[in-house]
Design a protein around this ligand. Structure first.
Ligand code: NAD
Ligand code: UDP
Length: 326
């Protein structure tokens, strides 16, 4: 049976996706350089079903050869292309590497798809809309991105990755799918990830103050990872559209509301501390998911409150023995 390749498979979303694919009886190769993900996220999968973890960097010119060799004569039928740091803290640490991952890495993945005939899905992002002037965001919105700011390595990186995908479809006839993922959270996020949900939960579990950036009135729409995984699989297997298609949960909250909900779920008495708002931090974000609903019946079913409870359970165990800052 041919393989499903997951680039970035040892990261937060990748670890959840690899598990679901194996549950569905697929043979899975996880390719990751472990820069933000961890082998520990997938080590338990070896020996459970047909699973291989390969240490590889998608920017390596040898990436196509390495991935094809891992699949051998069985070949690759699907590629979920997730490899890229996603937390602002991590993608800004080495911005040139982030941009290279989006451009050179995506190009290597597309060449692999071209040469193996695999269908390939790009995990793009709501960040392509930048600080949106249209609300909620539909796929037709072209975005408001600062090309010179600290978030540009990621925002513009994902925009060029989308461009490469559509050019590979036009020039090489690669069978592509592009999804734009809105803020997602859940088990297998790293304790040190730096994104808001994992920060708040880990701060609350340790009785530390919850760090609100700016006045906390900026909004995000949070999707639980199980809903996203259903969306990724649905988009991959439908045959009507290459995308781009939004995947998110339209339930929108301010960061102050998110902090209060985390305190409620954890039973924490932590105070809130206010820290400076990072540059170019988008003021609001909410997906219009009409297209995903029409194409493959996408309908996120986990409320933010329910998802937080499940995620707290995960962090409660992993946060105990890791010294987390802040
Ligand atoms: P993550 O940082 O947990 O996972 C990314 C994985 O990619 C990690 O395992 C990392 O080691 C790997 N990686 C990074 N650069 C690589 C490279 N050059 N070669 C090989 N592996 C590399 O992040 P995540 O939240 O799981 O995000 C996965 C994908 O989904 C990313 O492409 C991200 O842009 C996209 N996305 C995520 C969200 C979200 O809210 N989580 C939102 C929008 C888009
Ligand atoms: N944020 C916050 N406290 C934190 C981490 C983030 O208030 O400890 C804010 C951040 O400024 C942004 C929102 O939460 O407005 C979401 O940030 P995150 O890094 O999770 O994702 P983004 O959507 O910005 O990529």
């Amino acid at each position: 049976m041919s393989y499903v390749l997951v680039t970035g498979g040892a990261g937060f979303i990748g670890a959840n996706l690899c598990r679901e694919l194996l549950k569905r009886g697929e043979s899975v190769i996880c390719a990751d350089n472990y820069c933000t993900g961890s082998y520990a996220n997938v080590s338990a999968l070896s020996g459970k079903g047909d699973f291989k973890a390969v240490e590889a960097d998608i920017t390596d010119p040898a990436f196509e050869r390495i991935a094809a060799a891992a699949a051998g004569t069985r070949g690759i039928k699907r590629i979920y292309h997730l490899a890229c740091p996603a937390s602002p803290v991590h993608y800004q640490k080495d911005p040139i590497m982030t941009a290279r991952t989006c451009f050179e890495g995506s190009l290597n993945v597309l060449k692999l798809a071209r040469d193996t005939g695999a269908r390939v899905l790009l995990a793009s992002t709501s960040e392509v809309y930048g600080d949106p002037l249209e609300h909620p965001q539909k796929e037709s919105y072209r975005g408001n991105v600062n090309p010179d700011g600290p978030r540009a390595c990621y925002d513009e990186g994902k925009r060029i990755a989308e461009t490469l995908f559509f050019d590979a479809k036009r020039k090489w006839n690669v069978d592509i799918r592009v999804v734009r993922i809105f803020n997602t959270y859940g088990p297998f996020m790293a304790v040190s990830d730096g994104r808001v949900v994992s920060n708040f939960i880990n701060q609350a579990l340790k009785g530390k103050p919850l760090t609100i950036y700016g006045d906390g009135l900026q909004t995000r729409s949070f999707m639980y990872v199980d809903d996203l995984i259903r969306g990724l699989l649905g988009m991959m297997e439908q045959t009507v559209s290459s995308g781009p298609v939004n995947l998110g949960n339209p339930e929108e909250h301010t960061m102050l509301e998110a902090a209060e909900m985390v305190k409620m779920v954890t039973g924490s008495a932590s105070e809130l501390v206010f820290e400076p708002l990072p540059k170019d931090d988008p003021t609001r974000r909410r997906p219009d998911i009409t297209l995903a609903r029409e194409l493959f019946g996408f309908s996120p079913s986990t409320s933010f409150f329910e998802g937080l409870k499940k995620t707290c359970g995960y962090f409660h165990n992993s946060a105990m023995d890791i010294d987390f800052q802040p």
